[in-house]
Design a protein around this ligand. Structure first.
Ligand code: NZQ
Ligand code: ZN
Length: 388
């Protein structure tokens, strides 16, 4: 295990009715609040009205609506201008990963003289940020409990991230009933994303990380158990609650601390989203089993077999390769059974730009030296082609 620094900085308020604590939570940061939200789901669900009613005349509420899935840098610029103009004390992000990520960049841009896209080139430019409070409405990214932010620049066809402790949310309100209205497609994408975060940390070069691996296996089993239940009955409280808590724990440092290296599938998926604006979790579900198959070898078989035994309850086989192969098949089949479209064609991607996207993947991520298994441009292209 490598050295690490782990701190769970976010105060989590979990469960039914926790939104009622919002006035109390916000009052410790100030009166001028920037409410950031997405395309309108919070209006349809009644959450927007509830927030307005709770905050009443005690706060000066300013709004940034319309954060896009795969949030755009232009929206960040708008939000930063609002913060400066209205002397905002605290940012309130209400929504999913896109809204929270956009809010993180806004909170940091408030104190930055240059353009916020710079953060994606060098996270150290984030020196200070406004406090962030979130109300999560979809279980997926873990953004509610980490310092990551992923932004899209449509002009340059880039989707890049930055990370800073300064933008870790101070408080996140996690009420699973707020996710009852998440549509099937986004539920699929959310669960696929949670699994991918766990896989990316689990299939890693650092040896002797039994704590991290055991937590990851437990969370994977949780996602595999509860996703079909949430799909069948979107108002199954226990299913939504377990998925929500799994989303936060999968990417708050618990399963990744003490491991080195960089992720593979996220690098590839971010190019698909940058070029075709597809849903993050769906892109990951398509790529992941193809990546697993591509890197399966005598060296990696043991870990894939372990994953198969511990997560899918596969029997121990003397031929480790057989168990590993079966585990990869089950990874694919489970996504398919849930209803995830499992080819790039189904999400509107053909073979025209695969080469360019493979090149960009390698330009943005050092997969040759830092990944679990070294990947060059040809490898990435082969994975994309296998996903068509
Ligand atoms: O925009 P609204 O109208 O709110 O609708 C959203 C959006 O259309 C809808 N939705 C959310 N909650 C809902 C709901 N619809 C009905 N009822 C609800 N309760 O779902 C759609 C997707 O929302 P989005 O915020 O985009 O989803 P998600 O949470 O999956 O976030 C994806 C973004 O996060 C980034 C991804 O790359 C992508 O840009 N990621 C962020 C990470 C991080 N900060 O740590 C890590 C991840 O790996 C990921 O890269
Ligand atoms: Zn992700």
């Amino acid at each position: 295990m490598e050295n690490f620094n782990f701190k769970a900085e976010t105060n989590i308020l979990f469960g039914k009715g926790q939104v009622d604590k919002l006035p109390n939570v916000l009052s410790s940061f100030g009166k001028n609040v920037l409410l950031v939200y997405g395309g309108g789901s919070i209006k349809r669900s009644g959450l927007y009205d509830k927030i307005n009613q709770l905050l009443g005349d005690d706060f000066n509420l300013f709004e940034l609506p319309g954060v896009e899935p795969n949030p755009r840098i232009e929206t960040v610029r708008k939000g930063a201008a609002l913060c400066k103009e209205h002397n905002i004390d605290v940012c309130l992000a209400v929504g999913g990963g896109s809204t929270i990520d956009c809010t993180k960049a806004i909170a940091a841009a408030r104190f930055y003289q240059g353009d916020p896209w710079d953060f994606t080139q060098d996270s150290r430019l984030v020196k200070e940020a406004l406090p962030i409070v979130t109300i999560l409405t979809i279980a997926a990214t873990g953004s509610e409990m980490n310092g990551g932010s992923v932004l899209t620049n449509v002009e340059t066809k880039e989707k890049l991230s930055f990370g800073s402790r300064k933008v870790v949310p101070k408080v996140s309100i996690l009420d699973p009933t707020l996710t009852f209205s998440v549509p099937t497609y986004q539920t699929l994408a959310g669960s696929s994303d949670i699994l991918s975060h766990l896989f990316e940390n689990y299939f890693n070069k650092t040896p002797n990380t039994m704590v991290q691996d055991g937590i990851a296996e437990g969370l994977m089993r949780t996602v595999y158990h509860y996703t079909p239940l949430a799909l069948k009955n979107p108002e199954d409280y226990d299913a939504r609650a377990n998925l929500m808590w799994a989303s936060s724990l999968a990417l708050n440092g618990l399963t990744g601390s003490g491991k080195s290296g960089i992720w593979s599938c996220h690098g590839m998926e971010h190019e698909l989203s940058a070029y075709y604006d597809i849903t993050h979790g769906i892109g990951l579900a398509i790529i992941t089993p193809r990546w697993m198959q591509h890197i399966l070898s005598e060296e990696t078989a043991e870990r894939f077999a372990m994953f198969g035994r511990r997560v899918f309850d596969l029997e121990k086989d003397d031929d480790m390769m057989k168990t590993a192969q079966k585990a990869i098949e089950l990874t694919y089949e489970t996504f398919k059974e849930w209803g995830v479209p499992m080819t790039l064609g189904e999400v509107g991607i053909d073979n025209k730009l695969l080469e360019e996207m493979a090149e960009q993947t390698i330009k943005h991520k050092d997969l040759a030296t830092e990944a679990y298994v070294s990947l060059d441009k040809e490898d990435v292209l082969a994975i994309f082609e296998a996903s068509l």
